[in-house]
Design a protein. Structure first.
Length: 343
């Protein structure tokens, strides 16, 4: 038996959504040590998928957590079928032990697909070649952060795509390449990340996400791309390279706010309601260096460090109370390693 486990990722935003720029997208994000998706695999002559969410933690699937097991099983079966075809193997028996919250802003789709692919490959003694095969699984079409996080962890900036490649219709699965990594930095061991998960509807995905992204791109203000580029080159990358958590937190929060201006018409504001209230409340805490919405949310992240982790968690609870919503709070580490493979 082989076990493959991969951590979630945070997505801080894109460098450009403007069609007037040479490059489109260009994502910033980093790999988290938790929560994780974990799948066990054994060789088989057909495709078998079992859901046994006993390997989760406070933010992953496990027990009576409301996970739609039928939908999860269907997704994993589809990824397994594609992986079996891509790898040319007869089949696989998969047992899903832990999953990420679906469509919450933690990269659940890409990490699930990549983990399933890797589990099938390693069960048969092969290599998954996730970057090469992710497009055939429908992943990595815009952001390359999820694939890069699965490969090697750390903080990542990808190159995005040539704007000439953009079309109003989503290309067929496999008809793109995952954006290459242009900068990767190890995340210091004492950095921590606050995750505030409001009990609200999941973020956008599938056809709804595609439509929203098309609308945002078609109407994007090109001036924002220039402003994001300045923040990334003069603030985010230097802070990541020198390990300054406070400067990094403030910089990625700024990137998120600028991105929110592109998405405002699609999500009802710079942040999707009620995320804005949570972010504003976190801004009042000196323990949180910067906060924002990961991807389409509703996960709210906060950058902090080991010395301020407890105070940051308390700030997260207060932020939920201020926003008048229920939810969960956790403080997690980043990881500078890719997916784990155990036999």
């Amino acid at each position: 038996m082989v076990r493959v486990s991969a951590g979630a990722r945070l997505h801080f935003g894109f460098c450009s959504l403007s069609l007037s720029c040479d490059r489109l997208y260009g994502a910033l994000g980093l790999a988290l040590a938790a929560p994780r998706v974990t799948i066990d695999a054994e060789p088989a002559t057909s495709i078998e998928v079992e859901i046994d969410l006993t390997g989760g933690d406070d933010l992953t699937g496990g027990g009576d957590d409301g996970t739609d097991r039928d939908a999860l099983q269907a997704d994993v079966r589809e990824y397994a079928a594609r992986a079996v075809d891509l790898l040319g193997v007869p089949g696989v028996a998969l047992t899903v032990r832990a999953v990420l919250p679906r469509h919450a802003g933690l990269g659940s789709g890409t990490q699930l697909a990549a983990t399933a692919l890797a589990a099938v490959a390693h069960a048969h003694g092969g290599e998954p070649a996730v970057r090469e095969r992710a497009p055939a699984l429908g992943r990595g079409g815009r952001s390359g952060v999820g694939v890069a996080a699965f490969e090697d962890g750390g903080f990542v900036l990808d190159a995005g795509h040539s704007t000439a490649r953009f079309t109003t219709d989503r290309p067929a699965d496999g008809e793109w390449t995952v954006p290459p990594v242009v900068a990767r930095h190890a995340v210091p061991a004492d950095w921590r990340f606050l995750l505030v998960s409001p009990d609200v509807a999941p973020g956008r995905s599938g056809a709804d996400e595609d439509a929203s992204m098309r609308a945002a791109v078609e109407h994007a203000d090109p001036g924002l791309a220039d402003r994001v580029a300045g923040v990334v080159t003069r603030r985010v990358l230097p802070a990541a390279a020198t390990g300054r958590a406070e400067a990094f937190g403030a910089a990625v929060e700024r990137v998120g706010r600028l991105n929110g201006a592109w998405y405002a018409d699609e999500q009802g504001g710079v942040y999707r309601p009620p995320v804005g209230d949570v972010v504003a409340a976190l801004g009042e805490s000196s323990a949180v260096f910067g906060a924002g919405q990961s991807s389409w949310g509703p996960i709210v992240y906060g950058v902090t460090d080991a010395n301020r982790a407890a105070a940051a968690a308390e700030a997260g609870q207060r932020a939920l109370a201020t926003a008048g919503i229920e939810g969960t709070v956790a403080v997690v580490r980043a990881t500078n390693e890719g997916a784990r493979v155990e036999t």
